[in-house]
Every structure is written in structure tokens, then in C-alpha cells.
Design a protein around this ligand. Sequence first.
Ligand code: ZN
Length: 317
Amino acid sequence: MYFLGIDLGGTTIKGGIVDKTGNILTQGQVPTRAEAGAEAVLAQIENLTKELKARVGISDGQLRGAGIGIPGSVDVEKGLVRLAPNLHWRNFPLRGKLEKLLGIPVVLDNDAHVAALGEMWQGAGRDYQDILMITIGTGIGSAVILNGQVHRGIFGYGAEMGHVKVEPHGPLCECGGRGCLETLASATAIVRQARQELERGRPSLLRGKETLEARDVLVAAGQGDELAREVLNRAAGYLGIALANAVLLIGPTVVILGGGVAQAGEVILGPLKERFEEALGPWQIKPLPLLLAQLGNKAGFVGAAYLALSFLRGEGK
Ligand SMILES: [Zn+2]
């Protein structure tokens, strides 16, 4: 019994065929072609699926279902993509269209949700059922898993930690709010703050770089650059306090940190943990593990395959 997992991103579609114990039989990726319209994206998913199936020689009957992670808000029950700005989709009936195209049951969910399911199934969350996962990349994604189930909440988006307010008069966010965590601690925010500091004329290893990326700031901080360290400490401080607030609210048994920024290691994790523990204070009755995600960019499609598996199991098929 095999399952197809698809991680539909704004620029790349990653996919894999996974068996029921979580072994990845094959994986691949194709460009999304979002600018060419929804039909082109569907054709790309179909092409990738055919290629993956052919590679491992799986017949139609052996592939039982597909799960798809979407960069946006999803109505899981109706199989609708409510809003996916990167794909320019609004109320798009993806499930119906894909079921017709692929000939198997399809389940959709938000990309942060499927990544967390992937980590719970095969990654850092393997031993846990109550998980808070935060992914710090260009934006900030998050998911809460309680009793092994993604918490979707009244609006369907579950946890949106990227838009938790951590600075009352902070920068304006794309969502319209002010001081959202994403505007102060994402890779994008780190770059913006480093630029602002450079404009003040401060000395730094980052000076003179034509294109500045969050990676550059993380590397410079690792080399002891004061400006870079200051920017990262500030971002880590906001992350630490937001995580502590979330932990006080949810009470997870583990926190998983994903995304490129977290993978940079101690330079960001050190100050993050410090601020986190300080904010939790005496409420941290026993040590709460803060673990790095383990699956990297496989988490999405592995979790999507798990979504399909658990859906079909729930349906008794
Ligand atoms: Zn926001």
C-alpha cells in the first residue's frame, strides 16, 4: 500500500511516494508554473505523479491516495483552497480536480500542518503526540498537533504564530496588523533589520554585499560580527517570547523548530532558548525539549503522504 505526498510550493512542487511505514520509495520535484495558471499547475502535479509512479513501477491500484500541502488557507472538509496568494488561487476546488486527474482520493491541508505531521511521523516529533512546530523561513509558519491530530480551530488555519503580536507599535505586516512575529523574526525581517543597521553607517562584515540574504547575516554572526549578532539576538528574543507564550497556552510536550533560520544553529538558538526559558520562568516545571526539525524539505511531502494514509485509515478503507 503506497501513498503520494505532494508539497505544493509557490515556485517548486516536491513530491514522493511513501509506504505505510514511512519509507520513501522515490521523490522528485518540478517547477510549479503558478504564473501559467491553475491548469498548468495541475498538469505539473500530474506529470510529477506519473514520473514518480513510473520510476518505482507502481500500478494504479497500489497507490491508495494522495495528500497535498498548500501554501495558504484550506477548507479541509470541502477540499477547497480558500486563499493561496503565491499561487493566485482563491476558493479553488483543488481536491475535486485532482481526484479526477489522478483517479485516487485526495486530501488537502495547509503546508505548515503537513510539515508538522511529517515530523511527527518520521522526524523530530516521532516520540510525541502534542507538538508545537514553528518554521522560520521567508515567513513564519506554525502548527499545533494535539493527541496526534492537527488542531485547525474555528477558522481552519489552526495556529498562525507568524501573526501573533509581539510589539504593539511594531512594523506593519502584510496581513494589515502591526508588530506580527513574522515582521520581526522571519528571514525577511532579519535582512530588513540588517539593512537598516547598515544604513546607519555601522561597521560590519555585511557591508558592500550586493544582495543580502538572511544566510549572510547568520554566517556573519557566527564570525562574531557585532551588527549581525545584534540583529539576530533581537529576532531570537521575539521568537523566544512568542514560543513561551504559545507553550503557556497550549502545553505541548515538544517544540520543533524548522526552516533555514533555525538550522543555522547556536547563533540563533542560543539567544532564543535563553529568552524562552526566561519568559517561561517557574512555569517550566520540567525541561521542555526544543528540537530541530529533521526532515528538511522532505517534511512537506512525507507529512502529506501521512495525511492521506490517516484519512484513508479513518475512512476504514
Ligand atoms: Zn501579520
